[in-house]
Design a protein around this ligand. Structure first.
Ligand SMILES: CC(C)(COP(=O)(O)OP(=O)(O)OC[C@H]1O[C@@H](n2cnc3c(N)ncnc32)[C@H](O)[C@@H]1OP(=O)(O)O)[C@@H](O)C(=O)NCCC(=O)NCCS
Length: 172
């Protein structure tokens, strides 16, 4: 599978994650604030599995969540394109996690915008979603700034109804 990568932006660049990133990813995914809308923060071993899962995605689909860093190599978080399920049907999703101390600077919007451009160039026409916890207003706001609107509700899990934001991406 041809491996895709979003183009660099003014402040950010992307690269595939590897186990060399375990310390940074375990700090990100182990942060209770970053993971406030997940069942629990991730342990170091769960963060290792997260990295391995994304490496499998790169090989199988050509995309996954990538490391996002500043141009001097400073770790910002992860962002990328994955296959998810909404009410049992596969959809492409853009996902993002930004280090707590770097939130509120537009990094998620900038990184997700680069992913949207990649989808437009390489994977369109397609629906691109962001599946968000109904109380995760920052995540919803990032999706809105990409041009997404509330298109559906995912009711696959009995304990939560997730808000599905989406945009139909057409070729350039
Ligand atoms: C969601 C997340 C990635 C946003 O990262 P970020 O780099 O801070 O986002 P940006 O700075 O690009 O933009 C955030 C937008 O949300 C808004 N926002 C932030 N916190 C908010 C809140 N509590 N309520 C409402 N809006 C909020 C910001 O004002 C900004 O919108 P604006 O430009 O119109 O003012 C970050 O909060 C995060 O990592 N959260 C934890 C992980 C997560 O939930 N990821 C999404 C899983 S679906």
């Amino acid at each position: 599978m041809r491996r895709l990568l979003p183009a660099p932006t003014d402040r950010l660049r992307f690269r595939e994650m590897s186990t060399d990133d375990l310390d940074a990813m375990a700090a990100l995914l182990g942060d209770p604030e970053v993971m406030a809308f997940y069942p629990a923060p991730k342990t170091r071993e769960e963060s290792r599995a997260w990295i391995e899962g994304n490496r499998e995605r790169y090989a199988e689909h050509g995309h996954g969540l990538w490391i996002v860093e500043t141009h001097d190599g400073g770790f910002v978080g992860d962002c990328g394109i994955t296959w998810q399920a909404v009410n049992g049907s596969p959809v492409l999703e853009v996902g993002y996690h930004v280090r707590r101390d770097l939130q509120g600077r537009g990094f998620a919007t900038e990184a997700a915008g680069a992913c949207l451009a990649l989808v437009k160039q390489e994977l369109s026409p397609t629906l691109l979603t962001a599946i968000v916890h109904p109380e995760n207003l920052a995540s919803r706001r990032v999706a809105e700034k990409l041009g997404m609107t509330h298109i559906d509700d995912d009711r696959a899990h009995p304990w939560i109804v997730r808000t599905v934001m989406g945009i139909t991406v057409q070729p350039a």
